[in-house]
Design a protein around this ligand. Structure first.
Ligand code: R5P
Length: 316
């Protein structure tokens, strides 16, 4: 199996290759003065299984075009199969028509990936569980939740001398109703830790959050609860998280810790998150976060091990 990387998330691709005891196979990616890219496979890939790792953020359009060209180059060079590892699948939020007249961007992306020859997709924490149904090829939908569960145990456990338990004054929080399934799974991984959800109402035209309240149908929010662990699939501007932490603080929560799989990080996210009342923000490396995008409260957990495990399991 030969592993290739696009240019959007080389650090993750290198970690995956390292865990597979191999190194990345070289690709020539030439950028013309006008920004167009030319991709060339250098090694011989005839009749070989190949893997290409490419996140599609930031600069989704460029990252996707580069990925299309890499898959096409591998196929034209005789590769037996091309598995695309797209840890963050850009355009996934536009997976249906929300308002009359809109394009279904995700469908266009899927049709293009399939038509250039991608044979299989490995990805993480999709925004909706319906997305895999849109593909005609096999798709492996991995999750960062097991990594989050381990970290939550590490930061919220106490020992009674015999065994360790997760702190009883803690509640899991989904910052919107769309994330409730995710939070239930996390709760199961943490011995049924109580969970609640916030009901977020966002203006579809401006993206602004119109209102935020705790869903009173979920009974787990009790007065003795002092810590909240918020989990979401992605953080873009940080406004969802900031509004959730403010609401929880108003309700008497003393500490909020945030977990989100994809650090999409756009606009003023850095100031919003660093100045929010959250004590810590954990994300993963499904999207590369270069030094200049880091902030003090941020910690990055790696999904490289999960990708390597999946590739090892399917390469036999
Ligand atoms: C929305 O449904 C998603 O799960 C995230 O909550 C959202 O995309 C985060 O966006 P932002 O950080 O811009 O509020």
């Amino acid at each position: 199996m030969k592993v290739f990387s696009g240019s959007s998330n080389k650090p993750l691709a290198e970690k995956v290759a390292g865990q597979l005891n191999t190194s990345l196979s070289p690709l020539e990616i030439f950028i013309f003065p006008d920004g167009e890219r030319r991709v060339r496979v250098i090694d011989r890939v005839v009749e070989q299984d190949t893997v290409v790792i490419q996140s599609t953020s930031p600069n989704s359009d460029t990252a996707y075009m580069e990925l299309f060209f890499i898959v096409d180059a591998l196929k034209r060079s005789g590769a037996k199969s091309v598995t695309a590892v797209i840890p963050y699948l850009g355009y996934q939020r536009q997976d249906h028509v929300f308002r009359d007249g809109e394009a279904v961007s995700l469908e266009v992306i899927i049709e293009t990936l399939e038509s250039v020859g991608m044979n299989k997709l490995i990805t993480f924490d999709l925004h909706s569980i319906k997305i895999p149904e849109l593909f005609s090829i096999p798709i492996v939908h991995l999750s960062a939740l097991p990594i989050f569960a381990e970290k939550i145990k590490e930061i919220s456990s106490f020992s009674d001398g015999q065994s360790s338990h997760v702190l009883p004054d803690t509640v899991l929080v989904s910052p919107d109703m769309g994330g409730i399934r995710r939070i239930k799974i996390l709760s199961e991984m943490l011995s049924d830790m109580p969970y609640i959800s916030i009901v977020k109402d966002r203006d579809l035209e401006t993206g602004n959050i119109k209102s935020n309240k705790i869903d009173t149908n979920l009974p787990d929010f009790k007065k003795e609860v002092k810590r909240a662990i918020i989990a979401d699939d992605m953080i873009s501007t940080g406004r969802t998280i900031d509004a959730a932490v403010d609401l929880l603080t108003e309700q008497g929560i003393e500490e909020s810790v945030v977990f989100a799989t994809h650090p999409v990080f756009s606009n003023d996210y850095k100031n919003i998150l660093q100045n929010s009342k959250a004590s810590k923000v954990f994300v993963t490396d499904t999207i590369n976060v270069p030094d200049e995008k880091m902030f003090e409260k941020l910690e990055i957990l790696s999904v490289a091990g999960e990708i390597a495990k999946e590739l090892k399991a399917t390469s036999h």
